[in-house]
Design a protein around this ligand. Structure first.
Ligand code: SF4
Ligand code: SF4
Length: 114
């Protein structure tokens, strides 16, 4: 029945029923993509790397990036749970990254190609 209704509509083709909704309809980007909200790990993590943050992150978006851990900007839900867990206060909401630590914002994004 749904297929018959779709066939009668000039806006849809029968093949649309086999495709994801986002490919068939124009869905606003705000609906499909998580808004830019993330936390940033800064320099004190280097040399510490105790993984305390990874143990409390509810979405497991903190990854080993070699000399430090980094947060995937598209996966972070900005909950803040990792902030008090860090023994060296290395984690900040992006908008609150301290002066002199701004380069770690780009480092977080670039590591994940975001
Ligand atoms: S803010 Fe929340 S979701 Fe983002 S890295 Fe920290 S614990 Fe994970
Ligand atoms: S808790 Fe802090 S020091 Fe430990 S891995 Fe996470 S950001 Fe680095």
């Amino acid at each position: 029945m749904i297929r018959d209704a779709a066939k009668k509509s000039s806006r849809f083709h029968s093949t649309d029923l086999e495709r994801p909704l986002t490919q068939v309809m124009a869905v606003p980007s705000a609906v499909c993509h998580t808004p830019d909200m993330t936390h940033i790990i800064t320099s004190p993590c280097i040399g510490t790397k105790d993984q305390a943050c990874t143990e409390v992150c509810p979405v497991e978006c903190i990854y080993d990036a070699g000399e430090m851990y980094l947060i995937h900007p598209d996966e972070c839900i900005d909950c803040g749970a990792c902030v008090p867990a860090c023994p060296v206060s290395a984690i900040f909401p992006e908008e609150d990254v301290p002066a002199g630590e701004e380069s770690f914002i780009a480092r977080n994004y670039e590591f994940f190609g975001v």
